[in-house]
Design a protein around this ligand. Sequence first.
Ligand SMILES: Cc1ncc(COP(=O)(O)O)c(C=O)c1O
Length: 393
Amino acid sequence: MLMGYDFDTIIDRRDTQCLKWDGMEERFGVSPEDGLAMWVADMEFCPPPEVNEALRRAADHGIHGYPGGLVLYHDAIMNWMARRHGWAVEPEWIFTTHGIVNAVNLLVQAFCEPGDQVVVQPPVYYPFFGAITANGCEVINNQLVQVDGRYRMDLAELDRQTGPATRMLILCSPHNPGGRVWTRVELKELAEFCLERDILIVSDEIHHDLVYEGYTHTVLASLGPEIASQVITCTSASKTFNLAGTMTGNVIISNDSLRRRFQLQMARCGMHGPNRFGPLTATAAYNHGEKWLEDLLKYLQGNRDRVDSVVRESLPGGTSMPLEGTYLAWLDLWGTGHSMEEIVRRVQEDARLALNHGPTFGPGGDLHMRLNFACPQSMLDEALERLVSAFGV
Ligand SMILES: Cc1ncc(COP(=O)(O)O)c(C=O)c1O
């Protein structure tokens, strides 16, 4: 495929102190020598060239003291949100944290007391569970249901599950895993449900830019002032532009009293500024990376379609949930007739693939595997070939 940017070259990341490749053997028993790392959500692609140029300029300058001049970073975020998501953000609404897992933990600490209930919608990004339990709160699993092979929220069940101790709901939007891009209607219904019951919504929108043709991401907090007053939004440039290693995320709060409370929590934890490289790289990416993102999305869409067709045509008993967003294929292997243990054995020992195990994502994750396809097509083809032969009859 003719592209302005190179997503085809395989870049060897082994021995670069990266989690995905250098941490795979320890976690999955799959050696980076002959294995393929297709798990944790970062991509096998360089970010837009302007990002590495910004880093080179900083390295050439040579001094890496405390960061400042965050006005440029805030402007870049505000412009991006207005341009790409139709959401007007004020600079004073933005807090910068050590990534979004850190943000979610800080938010639970700031707004919940031990014993409070926090809702998640599994199968879901698993660090949410830890953020709740590590802070003494109770997880309420409002499991997603499948309708026509895609996830839907179950608000009727949520109504039965919630009560006076339910303080917060952590929304994953777009949803990981499963790749749902929640519609305005779905989001509005959820927000109204939570407003009626005074449940604060933490909306993790880290995948908000990774949405495929035919779908539109809706920023929950952009659905009007009443909803915005009950919502805290978490975003980052890290998934969009492959900058996860900069460990930089943003918590965006328009409600004054919620903001004051979170400010206190940041102060309590001594969070007095981001690291130098997060704002630097994100600013370059937001200001110069839009064309790169458009090309990336076309490339990822091609990979998504490859996964779908190979699983459909050559993996008997397997299905891949139709992804509306994210680069994380959610493979249902129930129909293969194997146990989870056997699925893991075939994937890791036979195919030599490091994939995320479905049960990690909570209820609904059994007999599933999550496959990260944000890699050159040749690598994906190799992985799919191995997968098919590991499950061959
Ligand atoms: C929904 C979601 N939230 C947060 C993160 C991680 O955020 P961070 O690396 O900024 O902590 C991920 C990474 O996969 C994710 O999928």
